[in-house]
Design a binder for this molecule. Structure first.
Ligand code: AFP
Length: 279
């Protein structure tokens, strides 16, 4: 796992440099789910593929930008699913973006997720690594990642990040969100899940939701590359992650690009979700 952590840190430094080069224009290709790729998406994907392609403990890698799984070392132990540059469309409006990793064993599914990590490229470059017991925050200083603290969620928080298109929300979801605002929660939503979730984790509490809705009944965020890695981070920080009913890491995966409705937050806020979604 140490060489994977080192590879994550090296990839982060190189992707930071790519973002600073500033070419956020569209490429003439699209990814496996039809999204138009930015040159940044492709360049970031190449960085990670090259770095992880040299690690003997890695058996397979799969990118959110691709449809095929690549075998690196058939004798390797770990399966890596990654989103090379989540929220890349926000670069040209100078908002924070991120990279997300899920580190699995045996199979790509929630039950086999052993560790996860994410990087936020913003005013600082922050890295959170979760080994399944603690979610540890590091910050890039003088080109080295320095440990800052273990992330700990309070039982409740102040912020809600409300994803998906509001006109498509189911009535019970809209009522839950309206009730939360009525009771004083503040909206914090940038459209980038990595900084939006990082804010709740660092500020110590709140709720991020990307629900199923009439336009996307299974939500938008992808299980392997986005939902499961953050679910582990939130659980290890003393919070949780559900799909509305159950622990999201228990949701079955049938295809590598499966999505899931997802709610990440402090325990009190997740109770609001369970009440709203379970009558
Ligand atoms: P892009 O990668 O296409 O910018 O989408 C970012 C994202 O996957 C995730 O980071 C956000 O939480 C979510 O989409 C925002 O989606 P909505 O714009 O539908 O709220």
């Amino acid at each position: 796992m140490t060489e994977i952590f080192e590879a994550i840190k090296e990839s982060a430094k190189q992707i930071k440099s790519i973002i600073e080069l500033g070419d956020s224009s569209k490429s003439d290709s699209s990814n496996s789910t039809g999204d138009t790729q930015l040159k940044l998406d492709i360049a970031s994907d190449i960085v990670i593929e090259e770095i992880f392609g040299k690690i003997s403990s890695v058996k397979q890698i799969v990118s959110e930008e691709k449809d095929e799984i690549f075998t690196i070392n058939p004798e390797g132990k770990y399966l890596i699913a990654y989103d090379p540059l989540d929220g890349s469309s926000l670069v040209d409006v100078n908002l924070s973006v991120g990279t997300i990793y899920g580190i699995y064993e045996n199979e790509f599914n929630g039950k086999n997720l052993k560790a996860s990590a994410y990087i936020v490229y913003g005013p600082n470059v922050d890295l959170v690594f979760c080994d399944g017991t603690a979610s540890k925050l590091y910050r890039l200083r003088n080109n080295e990642f320095v440990f800052l603290k273990d992330l700990k969620l309070q039982n409740t928080g102040l912020f809600v990040a409300t994803g998906s298109t509001q006109q498509c929300w189911y009535p019970h979801h809209k009522k839950m969100v309206d009730d939360m605002f009525e009771s004083g929660y503040k909206l914090r939503y940038s459209g980038g899940m990595v900084p939006d979730l990082h804010q709740i984790l660092v500020k110590g509490g709140g709720l991020f939701s990307y629900p199923g809705a009439s336009d996307k009944p299974k939500g938008k965020l992808r299980q392997l590359f986005e939902v499961f890695p953050f679910a582990l981070v939130f659980e290890c920080a003393g919070g949780g992650a559900i799909d509305g009913q159950e622990r999201v890491l228990n949701v079955p995966t049938t295809h590598i690009h499966d999505t899931s409705p997802c709610f990440f937050g402090s325990l009190k806020e997740l109770e609001f979700v369970k009440q709203a979604y379970n009558g």
